[in-house]
Design a protein around this ligand. Sequence first.
Ligand code: BEZ
Ligand code: FE
Length: 273
Amino acid sequence: MTLAFTPDQHLREVLDSFNEDVDPRLTQVLRSLVTHLHSFVKETALTRQEWMTGIEFLTAVGQKCDEHRQEFILLSDTLGVSMLVEMVNQDQTDGATEPTVLGPFYVPDAPERLNGESIAPDGSGGKEVVISGVVRAAAGDPLSGAVLEVWQVTPDGLYDVQDPSIASMSHRGKYRTDADGQFAVRTTVPVDYQIPTDGPVGTMLRATGREAWRPAHTHFMVSHPGYKTLITHVFDESSTHLTSDAVFGVRDSLSVDFSTGATSFDFVLDPIE
Ligand code: BEZ
Ligand code: FE
């Protein structure tokens, strides 16, 4: 059968409907997205029922979101999109620290902490560890006054925002490097934990036989004027989930030894061109 109006003509009509004079970048992004979406529908010969299942799934993802729960970030993470966005936005040619996913549990305005101070409230359990090092430029100079925002799960494997019984801002803090670019974060050894599976992303993981585990890690967001903000983690090299991270965020260069109670890690920032 020959279609009077072909899928290619249909795609052209949709692409032409975006007016590039209004916002050229937006038009570029949307034309690319539409082109890939149309290819996906053609390649899979998507049925009406499958299309509706997809619509219902995305609706459920949106309905699961609230002030503390960001199911769309979780979906992006588990589809490998968040990690890819980091990769295409960070130039790794000059030895800068490798980035990884932000994740859905970052909270701005964490309490300011002095170097050596702990992000773990007294009595929160777990084994103590100090992560220390230097923040420096890719060119080598230590960066004084760099800000390190740090967050991780409690020893129970939950973020403060996931459980009302955990004090707000537990295991979160904001540090600044000293005149020599040095910092020292006191915390508890991070533990492996599962990403939230009580929403549609969890349904997708189960339906496709996938794991929900993340290997133990501490999150860092490191910033300094004149440099690109680095979003990364340091991972526990002994975690059994390093090769099966649910969000594909592990990089060999980010693994450290947490077993001795003191570990060192330097963060290297990329200058803004
Ligand atoms: C996290 O490490 O906090 C995280 C990252 C992606 C999805 C869920 C959690
Ligand atoms: Fe995390």
